[in-house]
Design a protein. Structure first.
Ligand SMILES: Cc1ncc(COP(=O)(O)O)c(C=O)c1O
Lengths: 410, 263
């Protein structure tokens, strides 16, 4: 790794919580002292060995880390080009990468003496992960979820309730993930003393984007040594690919490789029905422009008046009109490339993974896989692609069945 | 001196407290909200806060959220809100106008262009909820340079160590948010708020106006009594949301104003 700090992509954010012009702390005064205190406590925890020792212990024995790095040989053969590896974060406890971050935030919340945890959730994966860790530690848990998502992700709603969480269906605004985040922020403004807001992605005001990235970076760190183990000392991936909702699984995979110029980095946004002026997609970078929402400046889907638009995607976990500020910066600096994949392409990748690898993926990583399907055939066999299989598809089988015209009624 | 400074000088000379009222621009449509706005000074309002609708008002409760949605559904834009202010100014050159809302619509228009347009429309001050002192370079400093007051919120979580930072680039008045919570939440007790107001007044010469949760003339009187005035928003916006005629809305405002002026 270059020790030239000036040219490093790994030093952000700055003191203001900025990655270039992105990020920052755009919150009401009531919350400002809270996020400053959170930043202070995180800075202490970050350099405290006992904090990371507790994380490591739980990552190993509770989550099941390290997750395998798996050579998808039949998929590789089928596509006839680059060698494809899957980072199997779908095998984590609760079925996605979300728990990596939740553990970190909850351990921090406990250190801060907070007893009431709030979270927002879209697909329900972050909500389930938060409810799970709260159950483990005996903490009160309240999850805000858009009323529309409560309907389309019913199994996860029931899981959260089984785990003892209170699920609050959000009807404000249009009742989607961004509205759930608004209501979580409103809760936090109201319950400032005992409450910890556990954000599920690399968005929100500083220090959340950096903190969530740090917790998710375990993904990329593992890939580094796992690939070296399987392909030889010093062998780095040539391309890393991940799906992006807010961008946490992607940041987790990308971050440890930012200063390795030979590693090509590709983020895959949800293209919904296609990225055009009908705006039926969630591709903030390819179809949005910079703005300020939920405490940070980033690329947003918005109209000419600066009003935020609803995203559209088959995947509830990608259905967010923004993207983490660090991705906005990596996009503008050109360090990472961002592309989009449509619902139809993701569905095709979903089925291919089932058929060739016996892995039922979540719809989110199906987007990443769909892009791998596009590029792998154009690349030589020595080229190594690592894609983040960041969630399993159990939660999505109803949605997929509906799209494939399969009657699930028993 | 802006119209805001002049108004407080006049009120001080008269020994009266300020009554500040909030309405959402374009709620339920531009014409109706302009009619309400034009009637506010006659109903006893000293300073008008004109809400700029935004899709994601993270510091607002249901009443003001819904008002913003009604306005947006009826096609309100920042352009139309500025035009409303200009129209109001044609008939009233005295009442201060403060635009209140969130940063993104302003950022989207472009800060310089917005400030030029706001100044031209007769706007005197800005309250932008999601711009704390840490982000002063964005709008606060440019606004002051353009001759607009930038009014900051102080809250119960703003402790003594932080207070100077909050007051530093504030002008016009300080808006003390009397509760930790969103607009329209439960009313505070004047006795609980008084020490907080005293704490802020000890640190600044600016007038301190208290808002959030005030819905009755009695509460307006009590709160204005321990500060330099009070703000009422949700109680008025609720009447508008229920489709009450303009005259009825203004009668409510007049009763609240009388309460505040007794304080
Ligand atoms: C499996 C999975 N992947 C990805 C996401 C999107 O989030 P992020 O982009 O932060 O990884 C979600 C969100 O629910 C998810 O459940």
């Amino acid at each position: 790794m270059p020790d030239d700090r000036v040219n490093s992509f790994m030093t952000g954010p700055d003191e203001q919580g900025r990655f270039g012009i992105f990020g920052g702390r755009f919150v009401s005064e009531t919350l400002m002292p809270l996020i400053l205190e959170l930043e202070r406590q995180y800075e202490i925890a970050k350099t405290d060995d006992t904090f990371w020792a507790e994380m490591d212990d739980l990552w190993t024995h509770y989550v099941g880390r390290p997750s395998p790095l798996y050579h998808a040989s039949r998929l590789t053969e089928h596509l006839g080009g680059a060698k494809i590896y899957m980072k199997r974060d779908e095998l984590n406890h609760t079925g996605a990468h979300k728990i990596n971050n939740v553990l970190g935030q909850i351990i921090l919340a406990r250190r801060m003496g907070k007893t009431r945890i709030i979270a927002e959730t879209g697909a329900g994966q972050h909500g389930v992960a938060t409810a799970t860790v709260c159950a483990k530690f005996g903490l009160k848990c309240i999850v805000y979820m858009g009323a529309h998502d409560v309907e389309r992700q019913a199994p996860n709603v029931f899981r959260m309730r089984l785990l003892g969480a209170e699920v609050v269906p959000v009807t404000s605004g249009r009742g989607t993930l961004k509205d759930a985040m608004n209501d979580a922020l409103r809760d936090w403004v109201t319950n400032v003393r005992d409450t910890f807001y556990c954000i599920g992605t690399v968005a929100g005001p500083h220090p959340y984007p950096a903190m969530v990235r740090d917790f998710q970076s375990i993904i990329g760190k593992e890939v580094r040594w796992q690939l070296a183990e399987q392909e030889g000392e010093g062998r780095l991936p040539d391309t890393v690919v991940a799906a992006i909702g807010g961008g946490s699984n992607a940041m987790g995979l990308f971050f440890p490789f930012l200063d390795d110029p030979s590693v090509k980095i590709i983020g895959v946004e949800a293209g919904g029905k296609g990225v055009d002026d009908r705006m039926e997609h969630c591709a903030s970078l390819t179809g949005g422009r910079p703005g300020v929402l939920h405490g940070n400046r980033t690329y947003l889907l918005q109209d000419d008046d600066g009003q935020i638009l609803e995203g559209f995607s088959i995947s509830a976990g990608l259905d967010y009109p923004g993207i983490g500020p660090e991705h906005a910066w990596l996009h503008d600096t050109g360090r990472a490339e961002y592309v989009s994949i449509t619902d139809a392409e993701a569905l095709e990748a979903f089925q291919l993974s089932c058929a060739l690898e016996g892995i039922i993926p979540a719809l989110e990583p199906s987007h990443a896989l769909a892009h791998v399907m596009k590029i792998a055939p154009t690349l030589p066999k020595e080229h190594i692609i690592v894609m983040n299989m960041c969630g399993r598809g159990d939660k999505d089988i109803f949605t997929v069945a509906k799209h494939l015209g399969f009657d699930m009624k028993i | 001196m802006t119209r805001i400074d002049q108004t407080f000088a006049r009120l001080r000379a008269e020994g009266r407290k300020a009554f500040v009222s909030y309405i959402m621009a374009g709620d339920p449509d531009t014409a109706t909200s302009l009619a309400v706005m034009k009637g506010l000074p006659g109903a006893g309002v000293d300073i008008i806060e004109l809400g700029m609708p935004f899709t994601d008002p993270m510091a607002d409760g249901p009443t003001i959220q819904l008002a913003g949605q009604r306005a947006l559904d009826a096609g309100q834009t920042l352009e139309k809100t500025l035009a409303m202010a200009a129209e109001f100014r044609k008939g009233d050159d005295r009442t201060p106008l403060v635009m209140m809302g969130y940063y993104n619509p302003i950022y989207s228009r472009g800060v310089d262009r917005f400030l030029t347009d706001a100044k031209a429309a007769g706007i005197d001050g800005l309250i932008v909820v999601d711009l704390p002192p840490e982000e002063d370079d964005e709008l606060c400093i440019p606004a002051q340079k353009a001759g607009l007051n930038f009014i900051r919120l102080a809250t119960p979580t703003t402790d003594d160590a932080r207070l100077p930072k909050v007051l530093q680039n504030t002008s016009g008045f300080v808006y003390y948010v009397s509760i930790t919570g969103i607009t329209g939440a439960a009313a505070p007790e004047a006795a609980d708020v008084a020490p907080e107001v005293a704490r802020i007044k000890a640190a600044t010469d600016l007038p301190v106006i208290v808002g959030f949760g005030i819905t009755t003339p009695e509460a307006a009187e009590a709160i204005a009594g321990i500060a330099d005035g009070c703000v009422v928003g949700s109680a008025i916006v609720k009447d508008i949301g229920e489709g009450r005629p303009v005259a009825e809305v203004l009668a409510r405002v007049a009763a609240l104003a009388e309460g505040a002026h007794r304080g």
